[in-house]
Design a protein around this ligand. Sequence first.
Ligand code: GRF
Length: 212
Amino acid sequence: MNTVVLASGRGSNLRAICRAIDDGRCKARIVGVVSDRRSAAALEFADARGIPTRVVSLKKGGDRDQWNIELANQVASLSPELVVLAGFMKILGPSFLERFPGRIINVHPALLPSFPGHDGPKDALEAGVRISGCTVHIVDDGVDTGPIVAQAAVPVLPDDTPETLHARIQSQEHQLLPGVIHRIAIGDIELNPLKMKAAHTDPSKALSVPEV
Ligand code: GRF
């Protein structure tokens, strides 16, 4: 399954996906890495591995819709079957989302629907929860609101800082995300937002969302 990864930062999830591909745990092919930040370490990693990269930056005060269109054009030029947001720090608008319907997933460092947004680990700590984790979900036009595909939990420890909690969550992300991509690739998970929403509200329509 041809997969494009969008990343703005370190790219530890990108590395985890590549490790899983190398080990035969993930039957996908990364056909490109696209970033909004030229300095993203994820791009350096992709370059070193010979994966095509693209940068589409959004200038301060720039036309957001135009940026979405250009980003979508660049991603489309790589012909992905799946688009994975792995630490992509910009909200995508309709001009992007409409180009890849039901084919975009995101990994978020909290157990959604709790703690969406930029500071999942910090918000979870401040709320005093004892368990947090990560979520892979289909991307819709809200902020971390799309149908949940899979989750993994971690304990919150008494002396945690946002950084230590985030690191524990990330070790789960590195298992969960490649596992979900693999299950999509082999047809074990169908990215059908309508069916997933129906399953969430009516247990008789429950999908088996497999454990990853
Ligand atoms: C991850 O924690 C992910 O959940 C969030 O951004 C972080 C990206 O980390 N959306 P990395 O760049 O993959 O290391």
